[in-house]
Design a binder for this molecule. Structure first.
Ligand SMILES: Nc1ncnc2c1ncn2[C@@H]1O[C@H](COP(=O)(O)OP(=O)(O)OP(=O)(O)O)[C@@H](O)[C@H]1O
Ligand SMILES: [K+]
Ligand SMILES: [Mg+2]
Length: 675
């Protein structure tokens, strides 16, 4: 993202203060029933400030004024928390909007270029973009190759190559072509582009409560209702016992008992969680996706490029069946002349490094066979009829066997040697003869084992899916420390793994970038597409990683977990707080009516009135005090959910009881000087 808005910049705070007042509008307040109850309490006490005797109460006017003031401040604090969380998103949206300028697009109509406004482009339109021009909308390159500056979207200044066909064909509106020319088919209608979606997401325009949030809200509202009923019926008991209970005191009791703390912070926690993902350069299409990430049981990972660096480089030609090393190199090179994959290019690099030559002209007139994940082979059909292939050893064996070829006895030994070192063996064959093996070297990224250990401690299973052979897969799986692996898998096998896990009731996350990953990305509960990937992948996924770093899935899960933990911790804290306040206020209430009941004053508070006001003040100031925690998230540790629950219940449950006792006592010591 272009702007990394700091957490608390001046304008954001100023704006949040203003918003806090605007949100007092009952029509806005109504959406948060807990705070709405507080607002009604405020209105009643405000009325009592002017007509203290209206409900035959005996509390003095000054007491009513102070209660009304504290209630107002409580509302403002809660509104401020939400506005602050929203503010950062708005600031980001503003800078994105600047990227989204209306420009003139060169539309390709019937072989001619027509200039139209970018806002008039529709799905299916073809546009031509040349060096220096802005790409007018999201689309897919259908012709040509260009380097594109995507820094406006990704914040990454290095240009990326976009070309027709393959996994690097998608372009985003608002990015700039910095060399060459491409023809692009537009894939989104006005207002529905990636940038549009990003803006409305960070702006919170589309922010909907997630199912988890709705469930928690329902519990909190039920609690509020129960306390409301309890408090409303109290005066009747009072009448029966001949005790007069004043309305402002009842309101103070109610506000202290209902979960105002979590009610005030709940939406801030949700917004901040999404914001953390955004700052991490991942665009989540919904809050639900972020939460689902926190509940993930299984992560499906690619081997190449995710667990390993993925720059698989040819490092050795190993001859088999009596062939010579130069022959292996020669055929490997010929099969790679038009193979634009990193693997293919590395074969030609190795030839240069070994100073081996080959007859390039023998390929002329031949038909190149592109690498496909389905066939796991690439090569060329020469004009003289010979067919040259390189590819996964089992795939080449099958291809050669189909032509009644013979298997060199030392082939498996050579392949296994490469595979057991964690490398990928590619067999090289011409028609029915296998010449040897190319050793593709790849390295496991550092720190993977620690990350997978953490995942395991969190109770998450990691499954590596790879098109590679079982031995290579096993070696890398062991080295990286994943729980399980699937070798020789075709793209459709990924979707099968996901379905199998989901059938066991598990939530599954995966990353992908190709069009053939799209169904699996859609099937997964959390699908993270790489920004460099195809339009299909990005549309199927519910998150897009702007940095195109597939291993980020691990952090996204951590952020989701942290969001759920923060919500749980603050809910626990809020509810145990309310219990503590009960012990401060209830005795005070009865003492106010029957001064002889001093034994009830367990907290030894100064006077009944200062007890009530202290509890109410504490109830208000705990909200801003917890804003940093709500926004930053609780400290995160990789342990199982059960352990987490125990730990959080202990810290936030016990803390939630102790902190208000201490806080209320402290406030009472100060205000008792006057009250
Ligand atoms: N350029 C290529 N030419 C021929 N065969 C290749 C080429 N690239 C890869 N292969 C073979 O095809 C197999 C599948 O490749 P693919 O890229 O689909 O999966 P992978 O990279 O091994 O696994 P992952 O899913 O972890 O990325 C590889 O294991 C390799 O044996
Ligand atoms: K409360
Ligand atoms: Mg791959």
């Amino acid at each position: 993202m272009q702007t990394k808005t700091s957490m608390l910049s001046g304008p954001i705070i100023r704006n949040a203060v203003k918003e806090a007042f605007m949100k007092l509008d009952p029509r806005v307040m109504f959406r948060n029933p807990i705070l709405f109850v507080v607002e009604i309490g405020f209105i009643i006490t405000l009325f009592l400030c002017f007509f203290p005797g209206a409900f035959q109460g005996s509390t003095p006017a000054w007491f009513n004024i102070v209660v009304a003031a504290i209630l107002l401040v409580t509302l403002l604090f809660a509104n401020f928390a939400e506005a602050l969380a929203e503010g950062r998103g708005k600031a980001q949206a503003d800078s994105l909007k600047q990227t989204k300028k209306d420009i003139v697009a060169n539309k390709w109509v019937g072989g001619e270029i027509k200039q139209v406004a970018s806002t008039d482009l529709r799905k299916g339109d073809i546009v031509v973009i040349s060096q220096g021009e802005m790409i007018p909308g999201d689309g897919e390159v259908i012709e040509g190759l260009a380097s594109v500056d995507e820094s406006a979207i990704t914040g990454e200044s290095a240009p990326v190559i976009k070309e027709a066909g393959g996994d690097f064909s998608s372009v985003t509106g608002g990015t700039r072509v910095i060399s060459d020319q491409i023809k692009v088919r537009i894939t989104s209608d006005p207002g529905e582009s990636f940038l549009d979606r990003m803006i409305s997401l960070v702006e919170g325009a589309k922010r909907q409560k997630t199912p988890n949030e709705i469930a928690l809200n329902t519990v909190l509202i039920s609690l509020t209702l129960i306390f409301l009923i309890v408090v409303v019926t109290l005066p009747f008991f009072g009448d029966y016992l001949n005790i007069e209970i004043d309305v402002p005191v009842l309101i103070a009791l109610l506000v202290c008992l209902i979960p105002t703390t979590i009610g005030g912070l709940l939406s801030a926690i949700g917004i901040a969680g999404m914001d953390r993902v955004t700052r991490f350069n991942v665009i989540a299409m919904s809050g639900k996706a972020v939460e689902a990430a926190g509940d993930i049981n299984t992560i499906i990972l690619d081997k190449t490029g995710t667990i390993t660096y993925g720059n698989r480089m040819a490092s050795e030609f190993i001859p088999v069946g009596g062939a010579k090393q130069i022959e292996v190199g020669e055929w490997a090179a010929i099969s790679s002349m038009k193979d634009e994959t990193p693997e293919g290019r590395s074969v030609l690099d190795l030839m240069k490094k070994l100073e081996l030559g080959y007859n390039e002209s023998s390929a002329s007139g031949g038909e190149f066979i592109e690498f496909k994940a389905e066939t796991r082979m690439s090569g060329i059909d020469l004009s003289d009829g010979r067919k040259v292939r390189k590819g996964a050893v089992d795939a080449i064996k099958r291809w050669v066997a189909a032509q009644n070829g013979i298997m060199p006895t030392d082939l498996d030994v050579a392949a296994d040697k490469v595979a057991s070192a964690g490398g990928t063996p590619l067999a090289v064959a011409v028609d029915n003869r296998i010449y040897g093996v190319i050793y593709l070297k790849d390295t496991v990224k550092p720190g993977m084992r620690e990350r997978f250990d953490q995942m395991r401690q969190m109770g998450i299973k990691t499954v590596m899916c790879t098109g590679d052979n079982p031995l290579t897969a096993a070696t890398i799986a062991r080295e990286a420390g994943v729980d399980d692996f699937i070798a020789e898998s075709k793209p459709e096998d990924k979707i099968a793994v996901i379905r199998r896990e989901q059938a066991e009731g598990k939530l599954v996350a995966m990353t992908g970038d190709g069009t053939n990953d799209a169904p699996a990305l859609a099937q997964a509960d959390v699908g993270i597409a790489m920004n460099s990937g195809t339009v299909a992948a990005k549309e199927a996924a519910n998150m897009v990683d702007l940095d195109s770093d597939p291993s980020k899935i691990i952090e996204v899960v951590a952020i989701g977990k942290q969001l759920l933990m923060t919500r749980g911790a603050l809910t626990t804290f809020s509810i145990s707080n309310d219990i503590a306040k009960y012990f401060a206020i209830l005795p005070a209430m009865f003492m106010l009516a029957i001064p002889e009941m001093n034994t009830l004053n367990v907290m030894q508070l100064g006077s009944p009135m200062s007890a009530i006001l202290s509890a109410l003040i504490f109830n208000a100031i705990i909200i801003p005090l917890l804003i940093p925690l709500a926004m930053k998230g609780v400290a995160y540790k990789a342990v199982s959910s059960a352990q987490l629950l125990k730990r959080n219940l202990f810290i936030y449950g016990l803390g939630g009881v102790i902190v208000p006792f201490a806080g209320i006592k402290l406030i009472d010591l100060v205000i008792h000087l006057w009250v």
